[in-house]
Design a protein around this ligand. Structure first.
Ligand code: SF4
Length: 283
């Protein structure tokens, strides 16, 4: 069986930074809580929890604790609220997400109607929107654009994990909604790279495995890209893999979301190796 692994795989730089900050604070304080899941991957959250990095429960009282802001960021008012309760806040917001928050605030302060192209209920988008005092407009579907009025000044930013193709399609439809339109490409380069690798893989393989959390936006996008071309399975746990998907002469593609640990790739490879001899290629 030939296996094609899209590189880079495993955690992106933002997730690595968040986890290493959380581990550092844990070693200093002995106890640390994250405000929302640190990353969108249940396996990773479970492993962090075993180490002592726990997600603050909805009903838990956060007073005098060490709290971590997750990689996707949080609305500023939430951070202020937790600070007011005497908690120590450590900001693990990915610098690329922070950049979108800063841009959104800048555009709002300069009288632009801020348009965020992204998923309405995604924590990153909710956070970015808060920097427009919740006066921005989130465009998730093309139908959302029909409702947008005409504004003299529009500033457009993207959720960092949007696919480039999807973002451009929406931007084209926004072009007649304003007189002056400023567009900031805030899509994360690491996300774009993985999207490109997904397209490349789809031309090589005859079955693809997308490894990562089902709640991870960038992983879902990789799944969509590949599934348009080849049979594709979005795998969160090893147990979800069905051996009947593969034959001895299969060409299997493997790609990970940005919050998928390296060891999951190794586990999948070990499973495939138990079925057939492997010839591994990096793409
Ligand atoms: S995918 Fe990009 S924006 Fe998101 S956490 Fe990773 S590096 Fe940051």
């Amino acid at each position: 069986m030939k296996v094609y692994i899209a590189t880079p795989y495993g955690f992106c730089s933002g997730v690595k930074k968040s986890i290493s900050l959380a581990e550092k604070i844990l070693s200093l304080k002995g106890e640390v809580y994250t405000l929302g899941a640190l990353v969108h991957n249940p396996k990773v959250i479970e492993e962090l929890s075993k180490k002592g990095i726990k997600v603050l429960g909805k009903d838990e009282i956060a007073e005098g604790k060490a709290l971590i802001v997750r990689a996707h960021g949080l609305p500023q008012r939430d951070i202020d609220f937790y600070k007011s309760l005497g908690n120590e806040i450590y900001d693990a917001t990915c610098p690329l997400v922070k950049k979108v928050q800063v841009l959104a605030e800048y555009l709002k302060n300069n009288k632009y109607k801020v348009i965020i192209i992204g998923e309405k209920n995604h924590p990153e988008v909710i956070g970015i929107l808060s920097y427009t005092d919740n006066q921005g407009i989130v465009i998730e579907y093309e139908s959302d654009i029909e409702k947008v009025e005409y504004y003299p000044k529009i500033g457009v930013v993207f959720q960092t994990t949007q696919s480039f193709d999807n973002a451009i399609q929406k931007v084209n439809l926004i072009m007649n909604k304003g007189k002056e339109i400023r567009i900031f490409n805030t899509i994360c380069p690491e996300t774009i790279e993985r999207q490109e690798k997904a397209k490349k893989l789809s031309k090589i393989v005859d079955v693809a495995l997308v490894l990562g959390g089902k709640n991870s936006a960038n992983t879902r996008r990789l799944y969509i890209t590949l599934s348009l071309k080849v049979p594709t399975y979005h795998i969160e746990n090893l147990e979800e893999i069905d051996k009947n998907w593969f034959k001895e002469d299969s060409k299997v593609g493997i790609i990970t979301g940005t919050s998928t640990p390296n060891n999951f790739v190794e586990e999948v490879l070990a499973l495939l190796k138990s079925l057939y001899p492997l010839e591994i290629h990096l793409v």
